[in-house]
Design a protein around this ligand. Structure first.
Ligand code: C2E
Ligand code: CA
Ligand code: CA
Ligand code: CA
Length: 282
């Protein structure tokens, strides 16, 4: 994409492009080294954001979101360090760590007062592409003595369609264990209906841009996405629900679940868990 932009701006931008590219590579290498150290030093944390059923506002699960609090750089947003971890291969160790954390946490919640809760874990395309992906998930569930339905895996379309046949086989095998799959950021990528029909996913997460823009031109689009998902028998989660007005509209459109600051920010497990206890007692 950078290449395309450089072309569009004309010939004179090539030198600029080269320099920028070089600088970025150096920065990336530095960040990658810092990430590796951070993982061994325990600087990462998983935060949990509630996934709420819109009908009764019950929390059905949590999305696990990775956080890095670097003593040197401060808090670094995932959108800054995850692409670097993907580029340099650390995403495999990082992803395995998140999975272990998230499964351990959902196990504690389920063994406590919330036996039906699930955790949703983001999987990068690089992780999913590995041949041992299915085995690693199966083994992690077994190690935590958890059934497959305690876990939902969030993937983007682009992660699935590079090898459609291989993806379908992996999804089927894990779904056989009860693991559910969500298509993340739906509407921002290829969003081809033919892919959607072929992929054994159970959940669509509608990207938060559709929720954000619903006031202007967005409602018909949102409605079309939800209707289409339901026609394919998929559960719909709307991302980025921030206001009661948005919640009203989504309810009116029969959206199944919502996620967003209105219901709760991503928070450390103890804080997220305390909110859960309060909700169930109040
Ligand atoms: P995502 O999977 O789409 O996650 C949802 C993002 O939306 C999170 O950003 C969350 O904090 C944010 N969000 C939630 N509710 C609201 C809202 O009401 N308004 C707004 N404006 N934002 C909201 P976050 O935590 O910064 O993560 C960004 C992305 O980084 C994630 O997007 C995901 O693609 C990636 N990511 C995070 N954790 C992991 C991980 O463990 N593994 C992998 N592979 N990717 C991860
Ligand atoms: Ca996600
Ligand atoms: Ca998303
Ligand atoms: Ca995303």
């Amino acid at each position: 994409m950078a290449m395309y932009q450089a072309k569009k701006q004309g010939k004179n931008t090539w030198r600029f492009y080269d320099e920028r590219c070089h600088q970025t590579a150096t920065e990336e290498l530095q960040l990658d080294a810092q990430l590796r150290v951070a993982l061994t030093r325990g600087e990462f944390e998983v935060h949990y954001q509630p996934l709420v059923r819109l009908g009764d506002e019950r929390v059905l699960g949590f999305e696990a979101l990775l956080r890095w609090l670097s003593p040197v750089l401060g808090p670094v947003p995932p959108l800054k360090f995850i692409p670097v971890a993907e580029e340099h291969g650390l995403i495999h160790d990082l992803g395995a760590w998140v999975l272990q954390e998230a499964l351990g946490q959902v196990k504690r919640w389920r063994d406590g007062a919330f036996p039906e809760l699930h955790v949703s874990v983001n999987v990068s395309a690089h992780q999913f592409a590995r041949e041992d992906f299915v085995g690693a998930i199966r083994e992690a569930l077994r190690a935590h003595a958890l059934p497959g339905n305690a876990l939902m895996l969030e993937l983007t379309e682009s992660a699935l369609i590079t090898d459609l046949h291989g993806s379908v086989a992996k999804l089927r095998e894990l779904h056989g264990l009860g693991v559910r799959f969500a298509l993340d950021d739906f509407g921002t990528g290829y969003s081809s209906l033919s892919y959607l029909q072929q992929l054994p996913v159970q959940v669509l997460k509608i990207d938060r841009s559709f929720v954000r823009d619903m006031d202007s031109t967005g409602v018909p689009l949102l409605q079309a996405l939800i209707t289409m998902a339901h026609a394919l028998d998929l559960t719909v989660i709307a991302e980025g629900v921030e206001t009661p007005g948005q919640l009203d509209v989504l309810r009116g459109l029969h959206c199944d679940l919502g996620q967003g600051y209105l219901f709760g920010h991503p928070q450390p497990a103890d804080v997220a868990g305390a909110a859960l206890e309060q909700e169930s007692s109040g």
